[in-house]
Design a protein around this ligand. Structure first.
Ligand code: DAT
Ligand code: MG
Length: 150
């Protein structure tokens, strides 16, 4: 199976009506959507998801932000899915993100950077399993696959 990675449209993206925009960009890139749900992140899930940042000064604000309003969680599949999503998203700080990326085109502030994407295949596996039960992830064929991947 191809690699799967976690994408979140964060509360700012949902509130600003940019869910479709994010999905469209990932669909157009060629990734395959294999899981998706609108959900409210609990404090516990937020702390698990962002566990690597627990000692950073922005951790409290980050947990507060991600739990402040619904998010859309998605699993996307491709060879090198994590890397491809990260390049489509741009840099952590939208101010440093090139035009043409999600964060570079749609944001200006590091604390409102619209999307999350797993930073490696290992993080992706951990994070997809944190947000989705196995039966929520679907396997299916796309008729256009040979027009995306040789
Ligand atoms: P990324 O989301 O690009 O993987 P990260 O894992 O380093 O970035 O940090 C997670 C989130 O924390 C990031 O999307 C926004 C927030 N964040 C990171 N660095 C920050 C900082 N210096 N000040 C405020 N928020 C920050
Ligand atoms: Mg990260």
């Amino acid at each position: 199976m191809a690699e799967r990675t976690l994408v979140l449209v964060k509360p700012d993206g949902v509130q600003r009506g940019l869910v479709g925009e994010v999905i469209t960009r990932l669909e157009r890139r060629g990734l395959k959507l294999v899981g998706m749900k609108l959900m409210q992140v609990s404090d516990e899930l937020a702390r698990q998801h962002y566990g690597e940042h627990v000692d950073r000064p922005f951790f409290g604000g980050l947990v507060q932000f991600i739990t402040s309003s619904p998010i859309v969680a998605m699993a996307w599949e491709a060879n090198n899915a994590a890397e491809i999503v990260r390049s489509t998203m741009g840099q952590t700080n939208p101010a440093n993100s090139p035009a043409g990326t999600i964060r570079g085109d749609l944001g200006i502030d590091i604390g409102r950077n619209l999307v999350h994407g797993s930073d490696s295949p290992e993080s992706a596996e951990r994070e997809v399993n944190l947000f989705f039960r196995p039966e929520e992830l679907l396997s299916y064929e796309r008729a256009m696959e040979p027009w995306i991947v040789e």
